[in-house]
Write a protein that binds this ligand. Sequence first.
Ligand SMILES: *[C@@H]1O[C@H](CO)[C@@H](O)[C@H](O)[C@H]1NC(C)=O
Ligand SMILES: *[C@@H]1O[C@H](CO)[C@@H](O)[C@H](O)[C@H]1NC(C)=O
Ligand SMILES: *[C@@H]1O[C@H](CO)[C@@H](O)[C@H](O)[C@H]1NC(C)=O
Ligand SMILES: *[C@@H]1O[C@H](CO)[C@@H](O)[C@H](O)[C@H]1NC(C)=O
Ligand SMILES: *[C@@H]1O[C@H](CO)[C@@H](O)[C@H](O)[C@H]1NC(C)=O
Length: 261
Amino acid sequence: MLRCFLLLWILLRRADSFSVTVPSSPILVDRGATALLSCEFEPDPNISDLVITWQRQEDSRVVHSFYYERDQLERQSSEYLDRTKLNREGLAEGNASLSIVNIGLKDAGKYICLVSNNKGTDRGVVQLVYTAFYSEPRLSIHLQSTNVTVQYETEGYPRPEVMWLGSEGQNLTDDLEVSSASDGGLYYLKSSYITQNPVFSVTFTLKNPATHQELQRHVNLSYDGNTSSSQSVVVLSVLCVLLLCSTVLLLWLYCRDRNPR
Ligand SMILES: *[C@@H]1O[C@H](CO)[C@@H](O)[C@H](O)[C@H]1NC(C)=O
Ligand SMILES: *[C@@H]1O[C@H](CO)[C@@H](O)[C@H](O)[C@H]1NC(C)=O
Ligand SMILES: *[C@@H]1O[C@H](CO)[C@@H](O)[C@H](O)[C@H]1NC(C)=O
Ligand SMILES: *[C@@H]1O[C@H](CO)[C@@H](O)[C@H](O)[C@H]1NC(C)=O
Ligand SMILES: *[C@@H]1O[C@H](CO)[C@@H](O)[C@H](O)[C@H]1NC(C)=O
């Protein structure tokens, strides 16, 4: 009986002592960057029994595996071909961190780090979040007979918060179009502000909460309407003076004809 408990205690201790440590919060990786998925374990200097398997949690696709003291990539999913790397020196020190180059939208998800050695077996899950900074928004202004349209276009990921603000900070958001992410892993965003007033000051704001990116672009449009109206005032005044002069002249001629001396 005592031996049985002792065995159980040893087994539990053994299971307890070996553990894999992964970051508890998701890691954010920008488009095209290299992701470092951290995974640490209780090391054993003899790596002949070490087995490391990195897998996607969603569909068990193999991302990278290592056993018999070398990388074993026969079962590696083709999407990860030539993109993954384990640090060979780190393995004896309990570092199974995996780097993946050229991160794209398809790489977003959960990764299982499964480690087994002389001391035990354990797993950890690392979550990778894909992000992309919004590019410098491209401005275009369309003038129509009655409307002015101010439009910005940009690409990034994920879906941002967009607002148009007036000069007093009022919400002028009108038209926002966000097309779903393309194969390139970017949302295409097109947003415009339409007004009938040819004089305005608006601010386009974009926030990407995932990357803490914030953009603000001001557009001030002024219309020097006074020039043309003052010109017409001058023309009108000249016309009035001419009309007055000719009336006076006609009147004078008429009066002279009526009262011949
Ligand atoms: C490492 O472990 C394996 C199997 O457990 C054993 O055969 C080998 O001799 C060990 N190597 C060293 C250097 O201890
Ligand atoms: C584990 O290895 C990676 C490189 O593969 C390195 O960047 C990281 O600092 C290492 N972690 C520790 C705790 O040494
Ligand atoms: C001006 O904008 C209004 C909506 O704000 C739209 O109904 C109208 O068709 C626009 N006019 C022109 C000339 O684009
Ligand atoms: C601004 O106005 C738009 C359209 O009316 C609305 O969808 C949006 O929620 C508003 N934003 C805020 C912060 O009030
Ligand atoms: C545009 O208008 C805003 C708000 O009225 C003002 O703060 C800013 O200085 C103006 N910018 C230019 C270039 O005139």
